[in-house]
Design a protein around this ligand. Structure first.
Ligand SMILES: C[S@@+](CC[C@H](N)C(=O)[O-])C[C@H]1O[C@@H](n2cnc3c(N)ncnc32)[C@H](O)[C@@H]1O
Length: 467
């Protein structure tokens, strides 16, 4: 008997199944997506559409639950979990994606029936029709608790404790813009590696960016040149880039412009000894090595970048990226705990891209906002101080230490630099100056903010050791 092929699964059903697993296991959204692909009954387009739903609903769930709570008698707590997720996907379709109400409601009814029973379909129909009517009439419920932090947190779907901190630091207008930007579908930046035309002549533009842009255009990826870096482009969707194998081939690397600018702040030079003390998965280390290689001939083969990370599995990723992008001979990987590691020699430049809360990358890491707590910030600050002290021991007299994070919290950025300088009289803050474009500088330091610069959030400071 020939096997009957399994019926295709709809993107919304697949999204609901994945959302249930996210809630049950706390599994990271991106990895979940990867794990389900290739299961047979789901084609690539359906899997991609489901991933978009999972990321979007995960980001917006506080706002979606607030809306749905107005139309579900007895409250959301009484619903089957499958039905709750189905309603979230339906509400996301309606209020965020702007899917036609008829289609959004029908899809939700079908999803509820497929996963539960007819009755669930009826409830989905009633709830989402009521929501669609409110949307049509411009009468969506708005949070109004009288507590601005709480109201903004619900409206923009963030934890209240985070919003309270940003309000205190930045005020209402900037906070609201930041929150909104964390819910925008992110654009992805790609760094040209000089290998976009491996068999052709030396490509034009820094890092062969023109050749890369040409290839991306031919794939329909619609690249735009980066506003901040002459060797970066941005694209709206990564799928065509992945499908064409450009990453595996080493033709480009996925790296946010904000991360690329940290390497510009480090400004590694050919022939120097450079340490990246928290290197995995290697985006900055590999870019730094490429800048060193592109900067000119290395006298006597001197000049190497040591990429150190505490995680052995992740250090392997650095080596892999260095190989794929053609700088394996410049990058030496080391698996060690930086706080107990003895540097084999003094380094001209040291980068410490510290573990952090990641509040600058909330748009890309859909689940991150729900997995952080105020205690994390305190623990991270203590770890950042220990790592900074360890990194400082590796810097030669007269050498440079660059401290960076992908956080927007002063407690992880400016305050750590201030505390470091108070502990280390032999270091002083050196302005980043023209190493990064003027609009993305903040006094002496580099600070990228998603709602201001359209990049991830990031911070970097140059700390010069006295000679
Ligand atoms: C923000 S990530 C680095 C990202 C990397 N610089 C890049 O651009 O791809 C921080 C890294 O610090 C590493 N790390 C944490 N504690 C460490 C320690 N004690 N010693 C060395 N590395 C550590 C983590 O494993 C993690 O890979």
């Amino acid at each position: 008997m020939p096997e009957t092929p399994a019926p295709p699964v709809s993107a919304r059903v697949l999204a609901v199944e994945r959302l249930l697993r996210v809630e049950a296991d706390g599994a990271f959204v991106a990895r979940l997506g990867a794990a389900r692909r290739g299961a047979g009954r789901v084609d690539a387009e359906t899997a991609r559409a489901a991933s978009d739903y999972v990321a979007g609903v995960t980001r917006q769930k506080r706002w979606l639950d607030f809306l749905l709570g107005h139309y579900v008698r007895g409250g959301l707590g009484a619903l089957d979990l499958e039905l709750l997720q189905t309603l979230r996907v339906g509400a996301y379709d309606l209020v965020v994606r702007g899917t036609a109400p008829h289609a959004a409601v029908n899809e939700a009814v079908e999803t509820a029936r497929a996963l539960l029973h007819r009755g669930a379909g009826g409830l989905a129909n009633a709830v989402l029709r009521a929501l669609a009517r409110a949307l049509r009439d411009g009468a969506l419920p708005e949070p109004s608790t009288g507590d601005l932090a709480d109201d903004l947190a619900v409206r923009h779907s963030h934890p209240t404790w985070m919003v309270r901190r940003w309000l205190a630091a930045w005020g209402e207008e900037a906070t609201a813009r930041f929150l909104a930007s964390n819910n925008e579908p992110p654009r992805f930046a790609l760094r040209a590696t000089g290998r976009a035309q491996p068999d052709g002549p030396q490509p034009d533009g820094p890092g062969g960016v023109d050749a890369l842009a040409e290839r991306l255009t031919s794939l329909g990826a619609e690249p735009e040149r980066s506003r901040w870096l002459d060797d970066f482009v941005t694209v709206g969707r990564l799928q065509p880039v992945l499908r064409a194998g450009l990453l595996a081939e080493g033709a480009c690397a996925v790296q946010d412009e904000a991360a690329g600018l940290v390497v510009r702040v480090l400004d590694p030079q050919p022939g120097e000894a450079v340490l990246d003390g928290a290197a995995a998965p290697g985006g900055k280390a590999v870019y730094a090595a490429q800048r060193m290689a592109a900067g000119g001939a290395i006298p006597g083969g001197a000049g190497r970048l040591v990429a150190l990370d505490v995680s052995e599995a992740k250090t392997a990723l650095v080596a892999e990226a260095a190989r794929a992008q053609g700088v394996a001979d410049l990058v030496e990987t080391v698996t060690a705990d930086l706080t107990t590691w003895t540097p084999p020699r003094p380094f001209d430049r040291v980068l410490l891209d510290a573990p952090c809360s990641g509040t600058g990358v909330l748009a890309k890491r859909a689940d991150l906002r729900w997995n952080r707590s105020p205690e994390d910030l305190r623990e991270l600050a203590a770890l950042q101080d220990r790592l900074l002290d360890a990194a400082a021991r590796a810097v030669r007299p007269g050498g440079l230490l660059v401290y960076s994070t992908c956080s927007v919290e002063a407690e992880e950025n400016d305050d750590r630099v201030g505390a470091f300088l108070a502990r280390h009289a032999d270091f002083s803050l050196e302005p980043v100056g023209a190493l990064v474009p003027e609009p993305i500088r903040d006094g002496d330091v580099y600070r990228a903010l998603p709602h201001v610069h359209g990049t991830d959030g990031a911070f970097a400071a140059r700390l010069r050791r006295a000679g």
